[in-house]
Write a protein that binds this ligand. Structure first.
Ligand code: ZN
Length: 136
C-alpha cells in the first residue's frame, strides 16, 4: 500500500485544501475515531481494515457532500459561516447513524441505532451539542 504522505505521490493542493488539513484523507480520521484501541482479534483487525474502512469512507463522503451543500449556501470560508461547527447527521450506512461536524473532524463514535424510534432527533441533538459547545 502506498504511503499517502510520501512526497512522490503528493498532489499539488489548492489554497483551500491547505487551509483545511486532511480534507481528502479525513476518512482516516473518522476511521481512527470509530476504531480506537487495539483490535480484539486477528479477525477483528482484518474486518476493521476492509469493511470498517469502507464504512468510514462512506460516512466521510456523505459528510463532504453535506459540507459542499453548506458551502454552496454559506461560502467556502468557515470563518464566515454562521456557526463554526455546523452539526449534521450521517445516515448513509445502515443501521448506525453518526452525528458529525462540517467544521472539524468530530464524529460521535457510538452513533445511534436507526431502528430505534427518535434516532434522528437524538443524533441531531448530539450534533447541536457539539455545535453549541464552541459558542459557550
Ligand atoms: Zn466541529
Amino acid at each position: 500500500m502506498a504511503d499517502p504522505a510520501s512526497p512522490d505521490d503528493r498532489t499539488p493542493q489548492s489554497d483551500h485544501a491547505r487551509a483545511t488539513p486532511a480534507y481528502d484523507m479525513g476518512y482516516l480520521a473518522y476511521h481512527d475515531k470509530r476504531f480506537s484501541g487495539p483490535p480484539r482479534s486477528g479477525w477483528h483487525k482484518s474486518k476493521r481494515e476492509t469493511s470498517g474502512m469502507n464504512v468510514s469512507r462512506r460516512l466521510w463522503d456523505q459528510r463532504q457532500g453535506l459540507r459542499r451543500d453548506y458551502e454552496a449556501v454559506h461560502g467556502t470560508d468557515p470563518t464566515q459561516w454562521p456557526v463554526r461547527h455546523p452539526g449534521v447527521v450521517l445516515d448513509a450506512v445502515q443501521w448506525i447513524a453518526h452525528s458529525a461536524c462540517l467544521g472539524c473532524e468530530w464524529m460521535d463514535r457510538q452513533g445511534v441505532y436507526m431502528k430505534e424510534s427518535g434516532w434522528r432527533e437524538r443524533a441531531l441533538a448530539a450534533a447541536r451539542e457539539h455545535e453549541e459547545s464552541w459558542h459557550r
